[in-house]
Design a protein around this ligand. Structure first.
Ligand code: HEM
Ligand code: NFK
Length: 262
């Protein structure tokens, strides 16, 4: 049997052979590195978020909390990467942007799956993946499954809170619509945190995730703004205006609206 080494265990020959700049621009290696590292972290986020969702569905909150906390720290790491990318100026990026064609982060299936898993469902977002059936199928599965938030709401119902039937069982491919029952249930949790301690902790973990993903989105928007200004994106959107619109979508709406009433 061949001895396991650092290089073989981590498959470094494969991993370090995956950076193939298309231009002579000095900064293209930075651009590729940030994206590949981000995709690796997104892979781990998906692993953690799927498991966290499934633990919530089985009323096992402690392990779910541990996983959600880890995702929070990974998000902090991803947010930090904007600092590194921002060392690339518009002049630097202009030297390579032409090589990107119509490719765009918009086509990141892992990012889209995370949005779906957190509850931001949009069946239109499957379209960019139509040409790759295997990727499309995995995305469609996450679109059709309950999100982390759907499972949190089902847990509220199991704990005896009055939750409309159509929030506990529905076509999960549809976007989540806020419901007064859900806000009332969270209000009751916040009104007596000692009695509902684990649900209170779940609510705060969800708010923390929403906050961090919003910070990632905002960091992306500000990076895009300083690098390409208000140009249209290679992915076919308006660019910064599109990213600003996305920022208006919170993942767990009642957890924000309930705060007004507290
Ligand atoms: C100079 C760097 C970057 C620029 C100029 C840029 C620009 C853009 C633009 C304009 C969009 C809108 C879609 C389009 O029309 O193309 C977009 C979307 C996206 N980008 Fe970037 N981006 C940059 C870096 C990154 C990095 C490092 C990531 C990390 C993975 C990333 C991930 C994404 C994702 C996931 C979307 C889809 C967002 C959504 O639909 O909500 N981008 N980007
Ligand atoms: N949408 C970017 C291009 C871009 O950023 C990109 C291109 C290919 C692979 C990843 C990318 N990153 C995020 O969108 C642009 O319009 O310049």
């Amino acid at each position: 049997m061949t001895r396991i080494t650092y290089r073989s265990y981590l498959r470094l020959p494969d991993l370090l052979d995956c950076q193939s700049p298309l231009s002579d621009a000095h900064d293209e290696l930075l651009f590729i590195t940030i994206h590949q590292a981000s995709e690796l972290w997104l892979k781990l986020c998906l692993h953690e978020l799927h498991a966290a969702r499934d633990h919530i569905a089985r009323d096992e909150l402690s392990p779910a909390f541990k996983m959600m906390a880890r995702v929070g720290r990974i998000m902090a790491q991803l947010i930090q990467s904007w600092e590194v990318l921002a060392t690339m100026t518009p002049a630097d990026y202009a030297m390579m942007r032409g090589k990107l064609g119509t490719s765009s982060g918009f086509q990141s299936d892992q990012y889209r799956r995370i949005e779906f898993l957190l509850g931001n469902k949009n069946s239109g977002m499957l379209a960019p993946h139509a040409a790759e059936p295997a990727v499309h199928a995995v995305l469609a599965a996450d679109l059709a499954a309950p999100s982390l938030y759907d499972e949190a709401i089902r847990l509220l119902a199991r704990r005896g809170f009055a939750i409309a039937e159509d929030r506990c069982e529905r076509d999960w491919t549809n976007p989540y619509a806020p419901h007064p029952d859900v806000e009332r249930a969270w209000a009751a949790v916040y009104a007596d945190t000692a009695r509902h301690w684990d649900l209170y902790e779940l609510a705060e973990k969800l708010v923390d995730l929403d906050y961090r993903v919003q910070l990632w989105r905002f960091g992306h928007l500000k990076t895009v703004e300083r690098v390409i200004g208000f140009k249209a994106g290679t992915g076919g959107t308006a660019g910064v205006a599109y990213l600003a619109k996305v920022l208006e979508t919170p993942f767990f709406p009642e957890l924000l609206t309930v705060r007004t009433a507290l």
